[in-house]
Design a protein around this ligand. Structure first.
Ligand code: GLC
Length: 525
């Protein structure tokens, strides 16, 4: 038996519930939809854990990241029974379920905020961050919303501003009030008690703010950012509104709560921090988050050296005993097929599934679904509407299953999907990919199957090795395996020897000494 936990050896698959499978016919995906596709995830693909973006009751101002009740299921997505069925179905197939936990803010329609805003002396007033205007009526400080405009919204009724780091309908909770921590932990326990295996912590490093709410200084020099364009927001150093050291005791408390459960529960935090040391701080002494998401490859120039450098930096930064994680795509960033180019998708798949650490795979990337262009004025995404070019609708289009009605996303006769399919769906869908023995989906299947039986890939060490320009090569487990990836469209003599276990060409013609254009190899030494 492996000495490692499931969350160390497994592969996570992210489903965006609105976009995975619609069973009700309203054009929006739902929990029974995810449940109906579990055989695909468990058997066809072979992943180990499913992360579902928020499905809680919500006015959907940020498509569920504005939670109005942390212990419910939005009727759009189904019922609590549907959730239980999904969880049971996941467990029956030997997989794990990870839910999204959104601690930084609730919806302004959450009953806590409704009470909080009702009067200045309401007992829940201090559950959110309320401040008087400056004498000239302007917001209390210069903090900006990550989605544009000030991070403060004025409430006429009580004459104060409340803090809202994202949309005005997402009010930041005041975690310095112990009642907030207690209430949020109670609500989290609701899901852990039901058997949920782990949490993905939304904007985990935003939660604790500077108690004095000091102004952020403007950036001098080039802003260090790992995330997509946030307009004016990127012009400030976010010294006081995120990454506060007081996040660390909070995550120690979160970890203690998770560790109080048997079997152990897992956490992976959304941490966008460019400074490696600060980022790695969220492992604590292995007593905070199990994994901070490592987004460094999401916005990495797609070259062997840039990738190799970032992997080396992560390996270096992670504390002794800590575990790495990698991700290429998610519901906030443009689709990888469009960012890297479709011809690079096979080596991207091999990279993600052969680095040391936990890979998270975004739904549809196994088909190379491209980014769908949706102009700013048609964007449903609040960020897309406020900042042209930053819209996230294009990476959230419906999953493409087959050639039937709406690509099999919705039942026959259903309303149009909430976002349009990509134009190439008749050729780019799961059924089509399964028919083609050399498809990207079949490559993912081969890589996942290989990884499942390979302790070397699951836990062996990583070392970059010399390779000709245009090739990224590394070994795992002291050289038991060599992985060689050709980023060019020409053949490369790489001179490796050994037995080719997987070629991204999925044929019998691979040779370890020579890579074909855009070929990746796993070589057994
Ligand atoms: C995270 C989510 C994103 C959401 C934001 C606010 O970045 O991934 O989708 O808009 O938090 O909750």
């Amino acid at each position: 038996m492996s000495k490692h936990s499931w969350w160390q050896t497994g592969v996570i698959y992210q489903t965006y519930p609105r976009s995975f499978q619609d069973t009700s016919g309203n054009g929006i995906g739902d929990l029974p939809g995810i449940a109906s596709r579990l055989d695909y995830l468990a058997d066809t693909l072979g992943i180990d854990a499913i992360w579902i973006s928020p499905f809680y009751p919500s006015p959907m101002a940020d498509f569920g990241y504005d939670v109005a009740d942390y212990t419910g299921v939005d009727p759009l997505f189904g019922t609590m029974d549907d959730f239980e069925d999904l969880l049971n179905g996941v467990h029956a197939r030997g997989m794990k379920l990870i839910i999204d936990w959104v601690p930084n803010h609730s919806s302004d329609e959450h009953r806590w905020f409704v009470e909080s805003r009702s009067s200045r002396d309401n007992p829940k007033r201090d559950w959110y961050v309320w401040r008087d205007p400056k004498p000239d009526g302007s917001p209390p400080n210069n903090w900006l919303s990550a989605f544009g405009g000030p991070a403060w919204s004025f409430d006429e009724h009580t004459g104060q501003y409340y803090l809202c780091t994202f949309t005005k309908k997402q009010a930041d909770l005041n975690w310095r009030n112990p009642e907030v921590q207690e209430a949020m932990f109670d609500d989290l326990s609701f899901w852990l008690d039901r058997g949920v295996d782990g949490i993905r912590v939304d904007v985990a490093h935003f939660v604790m703010k500077d108690p004095l709410l000091r102004d952020n200084p403007p950036v001098t020099g080039t802003p260090a950012t790992l995330a997509r364009n946030h307009g004016d927001y990127d012009r400030y150093e976010h010294l006081y509104d995120k990454g506060h050291p007081d996040n660390h005791p909070l995550y120690r408390d979160v970890r203690a709560l998770l560790d109080s459960y048997r079997p152990e529960r897992f956490s992976i935090g959304e941490i966008h921090i460019a400074d490696w040391e600060e980022w790695a701080g969220y492992y604590g002494n292995l007593d905070e988050l199990h994994l901070p998401f490592n987004f460094s490859l999401v916005h990495c120039p797609w070259t062997p050296d840039d990738i190799g450098r970032r992997v080396a930096a992560a390996e270096e930064a992670i504390p002794e005993g800590g575990w790495p994680s990698y991700v290429l795509g998610n519901h906030d960033d443009p689709r990888i097929a469009t960012r890297f180019g479709e011809e690079h998708m096979p080596i991207a798949a091999m990279l993600l599934l052969t680095l040391r650490g936990v890979p998270t795979l975004y739904y549809g990337d196994e088909l190379a679904i491209p980014q769908r262009f949706i102009p700013a004025e048609q964007q449903l995404d609040p960020h897309g509407r406020s900042l042209s070019g930053s819209g996230r609708d294009g990476c959230r289009t419906p999953m493409q299953w087959d050639n039937s009605f709406h690509a099999g996303f919705s039942p026959k006769g259903a309303a149009s999907p909430w976002l349009p399919l990509t134009d190439d769906w008749p050729d780019r869908n799961v059924a089509k990919h399964l028919e083609n023995p050399r498809s990207l989906l079949n490559l993912y299947r081969a890589l996942l199957a290989y990884r499942k039986t390979s302790a070397v890939l699951q836990s062996g060490d990583y070392r970059r090795v010399d390779a000709p320009a245009g090739c990224l090569a590394y070994t795992r487990d002291g050289g038991a395996l060599t992985i060689a990836l050709n980023f060019t469209d020409t053949e490369l003599d790489v001179g490796f020897s050994g037995n080719v276990a997987v070629t991204t060409y999925l044929d019998g013609d691979a040779a370890p000494a020579r890579l074909r254009p855009h070929e990746g190899l796993i070589i057994e030494n």
